[in-house]
Design a protein around this ligand. Structure first.
Ligand code: PXG
Length: 457
């Protein structure tokens, strides 16, 4: 019997949850007013709660279920692997088959400069690894002072101390002594809100040149790396102008600074190519990956290391004093490997690109006549709908994200899961979403916008 067909006592589950569960990124007072939505099962692009309600999950969980829910092949490999070898580590010169095979597969699907991988459990710990790795890289070359990493305001790189410090989220920094030392933040390429009247092209160049200005300010011999998401996800799906990344690349090359692409959201087909770096022509030295790596079926993250970095580590390095008990966890690796094999063998990215990607982007843009919509942006299977009170002035209803909350709540009433980042509604559906499902999603969005509009004015 499928989870969604069983019967549950939702009120009892909610009471237990309220009593014992401290949730991530949750205002518990708000949540407890209505009780958590308890999810019981999922299939394809739909999730089901314990009251039997069905929702189209336009967020792929948390930007991760790229392959869609319910792929039993992944459950089967997890079972087999647990029976054969549920755990062994990769420390102290040992290895096991799934980690070796996944490493080989990652070398195959990532851009050509990548042939080595360090495994972790999430995107956050991956970015901790990045901080350790880039500082170690410069240390090995006798440049200990090259330890500054430049990131951007409104970036999201995770929730560990290093991840949140690299990120540019003020609310996170405000809760506990962050950023850690030697992290700098520059402006983000957010044309709609911060373009200052410039064309997209000129603004993209200007936003990228903030990197050069900061490098010169802190001293070129101090800067170890620049990190960026090809498209900022949690910041509100900020799609940079086409001029942005080539200019960032040029500046990194000029000052010999490592370029880190945080592909945690953009990786594994999200932008219509295997990696966001390919969509934007970024030639990264390091890539952080998680989420779509296993389509969220297992917690796993990975940091890809380009040959030029790996060769130096091999040549000059001793022991890299860093690693996690679950680095290269065999069950997580086996599941991730199967996920990637399915993506490759079923040509999920190529098919989605050919059949639904442009359709999705066109359909969401068909909403632009709605009175609440200021801007619609997106690439591949990522989209953002920014809500405003006034299309001309771009004014919002307030600075509390009320429009976003109203629309998000209306969505869930209408059987649609969307995420609100302030007043920006986010779309990140599984890559296997079909055209009729896109139609269903877009019509539910329009319906929800209408409801939100009525509550706001
Ligand atoms: N980098 C990026 C670009 C991310 O989007 C992380 C790193 C951290 O990954 P882990 O696996 O440690 O969560 C992320 C995660 C949201 C939301 O509300 C976004 C993320 C995670 C949780 C919530 O949009 N992104």
């Amino acid at each position: 019997m499928l989870a969604q067909e069983r019967s549950y006592n939702t009120a009892e589950l909610q009471a237990l949850d309220r009593k014992h569960h401290f949730h991530p990124f949750t205002d518990h007072k708000e949540m407890n007013k209505k009780g958590t939505r308890v999810i019981a099962g999922a299939e394809n692009v739909y999730i089901y709660d314990t009251d039997g309600n069905k929702y189209l999950d336009a967020m792929s969980g948390l930007w991760c279920v790229n392959i869609g829910y319910g792929r039993t092949e992944l459950a089967e490999v997890a079972k087999l692997q647990m029976e054969q070898l549920p755990y062994y580590n990769s420390f102290f010169q040992t290895a096991q088959l799934p980690a070796i095979e996944l490493a080989e597969m990652l070398a195959e699907v990532t851009p050509p400069q990548f042939n080595r991988v360090f495994f972790g459990c999430s995107g956050s710990d991956g970015n901790d690894t990045v901080v350790r790795l880039v500082r170690y890289y410069w240390q090995l070359q006798g440049q200990e002072n090259r330890n500054i990493i430049i990131s951007r305001h409104n970036a999201y790189h995770g929730s560990t101390l290093a991840g949140a410090s690299l990120g540019g989220m003020q609310a996170m920094h405000a809760q506990g002594g962050m950023p850690i030392p030697n992290i700098e933040h520059i402006e983000q390429p957010y044309h709609y809100r911060e373009g200052g009247g410039l064309s997209k092209h000129d603004f993209g160049i200007k936003a990228a040149q903030a990197l050069e200005e900061r490098i010169l300010k802190v001293g070129a011999d101090r800067v170890a790396a620049f990190i960026g998401e090809p498209i900022q996800g949690a910041g509100g799906v900020i799609v940079p102008p086409a001029s942005y990344w080539p200019e960032i690349q040029r500046i990194c090359k000029k000052y010999d600074i490592l370029l880190v692409a945080d592909e945690v959201i953009c990786g594994f087909g999200r932008t219509g190519n295997w990696f966001g770096s390919e969509t934007f022509g970024i030639e990264a030295d390091i890539m952080t990956m998680a989420k779509g790596l296993s389509s969220g079926y297992q917690p796993i993250g990975a940091v890809m290391i380009a040959d030029r970095v790996a060769e130096l580590l091999d040549e000059k390095g001793e022991e890299f004093s860093h690693g996690y008990t679950y680095s290269g966890h065999p069950v997580a690796c086996a599941v991730a490997l199967k996920n990637l094999q399915i993506m490759r063998d079923e040509r999920i990215i190529e098919n989605a690109r050919a059949e639904t990607m442009d359709y999705l982007q066109n359909q969401i843009r068909s909403l632009s006549d709605h009175a609440l919509i200021g801007e619609i942006r997106g690439i591949g299977f990522l989209g953002a709908i920014e809500l405003v009170a006034n299309k001309e002035t771009r004014d919002t209803f307030d600075d509390k994200g009320s429009a976003g909350i109203a629309c998000r709540d209306a969505c869930s009433e209408n059987g649609l899961i969307m995420r609100a980042v302030g007043d920006t509604m986010i779309l990140c559906p599984p890559l296997v979403i079909t055209r009729p499902q896109i139609d269903e999603m877009v019509s539910k969005i329009r319906q929800s916008l209408d409801t939100a509009e009525r509550t706001l004015v």
